[in-house]
Design a protein around this ligand. Sequence first.
Ligand code: GDP
Ligand code: MN
Length: 412
Amino acid sequence: MKIHEYQARELLRSYGIPVPGGQMIESASAAAAAFAAATAGMKSPLAVVKAQVFAGGRGKAGFVKLVKTAPEATEAATFMLSNRMKSPQTPPEGLEVGKLLVAQAADIAPRSGGGAEEFYLAITTDRKTRRNILIASREGGVEIEQIAHDRPEAIIKEPLHPVLGLQGFQARNVAYKLGFKGKQVGQAVKVMQGLARLFVEKDCTLAEINPLIITTPTPDAPEGNVIAIDAKFSFDENGLFRHPELAALADHTEENQAEMRAQKFGLSYIALDGNIGCLVNGAGLAMATMDIVKLHGGEPANFLDVGGSATEEAVTEAFSIILSDPAVKGVMVNIFGGIMKCDIIAQGIVNAATKHKNADGSVGFKVPLVVRLEGTNVEAGRKLLNDAKSKIPSMQAATDLTDAAKKVCAAV
Ligand code: GDP
Ligand code: MN
């Protein structure tokens, strides 16, 4: 599960990591007041308007904008709320923006030798070493993916101790390597250790600050301050049951509607880019089905595991979810009845075929359907389908997995 940046900033603050103040707004008419609040007391007011979407690359896409006046803030907000954000991290059609963050802008210190004092900091799990690791770089900001690819030596990695976490000496070591000096070292150490603690305590799979910055020195802070101005978190959904405070932050408008519908019926559904809908029981069989569809030249439109004990209603719903995807040009049903009984699936198919409403108002399957059933109650299942043949003209039976994959790929 992901959360928005404005929520991530709150979380950082609760772990003692400094972040500039701001507020989330959902309409351009709220931008002027939010600008005034964010810049209150600033000698030369400067705020930043940022699209709140579950994807990065906003800066380069024009969805992070520095503004000096309330009208500028309103203009930036109007633009972001009425355009889809497209970046290498979004689907090609981009993401709709419904929320914005209006925050006090940070004054980023220039770096001697060029650029600005922007750093990258993240904690994630390194599967190779089977440890959580801190990843840091002096070259943070908007180019971090490129740098990791071109110059991996610019990335510092430090493993977390399984029990002790990120120890003080490790954090100091990284702070020196990053080039922090004087008071900045202690501040950077606090940020790193806070982030490491947060990562473990909140069951994160990713905790990222990019950029962590040094602010331009002022009389109050002659060495500048180390603060975070962007953060991204992903949480392990299997750990959410012990973090109701995090589960409450979920933004369902950002999730795939079909995936949410499936969740309600206990179906594991993941939408993919292909055009062959798959209805399968068991995650392993679902993966094997996707593989064999690909082997025969097709592209699966989804992963769908109806589970071991799905009801007739759940199967009917599963069909309706698959067919509601306009990209689906054919459906392959692959059932091995172990706990699941083939006649239940067959009844679900018949129900769906007689009840499913198409977008044009017609009822029944418009796309080719290939069914492969095997296992418990298979005879009863086949009989049910045979008896309903006239109601499902687009249906073909398959004798085995390969036969099914070949038939559905040919039909599509
Ligand atoms: P992302 O592109 O989605 O990762 O969005 P970020 O919040 O990281 O912003 C992208 C870039 O915009 C940062 O690397 C900064 O260079 C710049 N930026 C963002 N916020 C501020 C700010 O408050 N002040 C200044 N001066 N620059 C900012
Ligand atoms: Mn960023």
